[in-house]
Design a protein around this ligand. Structure first.
Ligand code: GTP
Ligand code: MG
Length: 404
């Protein structure tokens, strides 16, 4: 794991040639895992190696290496996107199954949540199922009226297996009818470096931005992200899951943290603050605060939480974790307010455990296992609290840059 190598690297008093080699090798592995194509991977690590020949004057060698890598990646991954929250018509285009319909619903959720009245339609005339899919996702926000008044109007369009003349002509006709302010090309990040070719196929339409879907979890998508940078069309949003709120504004910094498996400290700090506001800074770690924490995280998948911590969990583990959380929630909901405040009360009473098991539809053994986990987590949280000063000891500028 690159995070461990980095930790070791940063803690060494003297950097030797072999340490750099080891670090570069790990970086290569991480980039390949992020789906960056091998030629680009070599280009990146060679660049860093070359740069190292210029001995840094004002900063430490270690910091120089990391900053060089970071800047290189940043230059290859484009700019952060911040959407304008103003009235606009958005038309979504893309190949079959790229995620257009899901993204239409996600954008509706995104803009409505920010106070803009948002309507959605589909002009996929060949497949009524597509319209039904969208209706199910957005409910009353769906309309068949292409001229309906709304702050934000989102139009889903039909896809094809490949970009062809016929598709472009059809989309061109819709463009003339709808007169969108923005045309977003929705692409599956798994297309890797071919994303560039696909985007070129759609370019006669005048693409204003790219939305890459299926960027969930493992930090893959580096290949597609780098490929489309060559087009001068910004990446606007990324899809990070199947749920309606799994849409994020594109931020290369966050992607780099994720790609290199480094925790996104800024995001974690923000979340912690959010939680502390909700449950009080000095709050004790008990079932009540635990539940409140889970609620504060709502809308975030376990997958996102894991990747925020710089962990790449396999899919089946993520699924298990999600199920586990549901289970714990049901158990806490079966506790009395007193028990939630005082976990020891539960631990030491068989009859309470029995009652909670019954109330939540689980076995006593499962409740005991949950208690074990809970007390382990409590220990960890207490340990973390006492280490709070640790981050403050790292160089500030570097922290900001690397977000770890
Ligand atoms: N994991 C994940 N799945 C996604 C994401 N976006 C879409 N999907 C899934 O991809 C599949 C296809 O999505 P759709 O939105 O139906 O794709 P489409 O482009 O409208 O497909 P057609 O209308 O058939 O061309 C669905 O199963 C979605 O749930 C994403 O960001 N992450
Ligand atoms: Mg569709």
């Amino acid at each position: 794991m690159i995070k461990d190598i980095l930790d070791r690297f940063l803690s060494k008093p003297i950097v030797e040639e072999k340490d750099i080699e080891e670090l570069l090798r790990e970086i290569q592995k991480a980039l390949l895992k992020a789906d960056v194509d091998p030629r680009t991977v070599f280009e990146i690590t060679n660049y860093v190696k070359e740069k190292l020949k210029e001995k840094p004057k004002h900063v430490s060698y270690k910091r120089f290496i990391l900053e060089t890598l970071y800047k290189k990646l940043e230059s290859m991954l484009g700019k952060r996107y911040q959407p304008e929250l103003k009235p606009q018509k958005i038309m979504l285009v893309g190949l079959y199954g790229s995620g257009k319909t899901t993204t239409a619903a996600k954008l509706w959720h995104y803009f409505s949540k920010r106070g803009l009245s948002t309507r959605v339609t589909s002009v996929d005339e060949e497949r009524p199922a597509g319209k039904e899919q969208l209706k199910t996702l957005v409910g009353n926000a769906y309309t068949e009226n292409l001229d309906e008044e709304a702050d934000v109007f989102i139009v889903d369009t039909p896809g094809r297996n490949a970009v062809d003349q016929e598709l472009i002509q059809e989309l061109q006709r819709w463009k003339e009818r709808i007169k969108p302010d923005k045309i977003y090309l929705v692409m599956n990040a798994e297309t890797g470096k071919y994303a560039k070719k696909i985007a070129e196929g759609f370019s006669p339409l005048g693409i204003s931005g790219i939305i890459l879907t299926k960027m969930d979890g493992s930090g893959r998508g580096g290949g597609a992200l780098m490929a489309v940078q060559k087009l001068n069309v910004p990446v606007t949003f990324i899809g990070v899951g199947e749920k309606i709120d799994a849409l994020r504004e594109y931020d290369p910094k966050r992607f780099i943290s994720r790609m290199l498996g480094m925790p996104d400290i800024e995001e974690i700090a923000r979340l912690t603050e959010e939680m502390e506001k909700k449950i009080g800074k000095e709050a004790e770690f008990n079932f009540e605060t635990f539940l409140a924490q889970m609620e504060a995280m709502q809308g975030r998948s376990v997958e996102e939480m894991a990747s925020m911590m710089g962990m790449n969990l396999p899919k089946d583990q993520l699924y298990k974790a999600e199920e586990e959380l549901k289970k714990i929630k049901a158990m806490i909901n079966s506790m009395t307010p007193e028990e939630r405040k005082n976990p020891d009360l539960v631990k030491s009473s068989d009859s309470r455990i029995r009652r909670i098991a019954k109330g939540s539809g689980h076995t006593e053994l499962e409740v005991r296992q949950m208690l074990n986990q809970f007390f382990k987590a409590k220990k960890m949280v207490e340990k973390l609290k006492s280490q709070k000063g640790l981050l403050g000891r790292l160089p500030k500028g570097l922290l900001k840059k690397l977000r770890f």
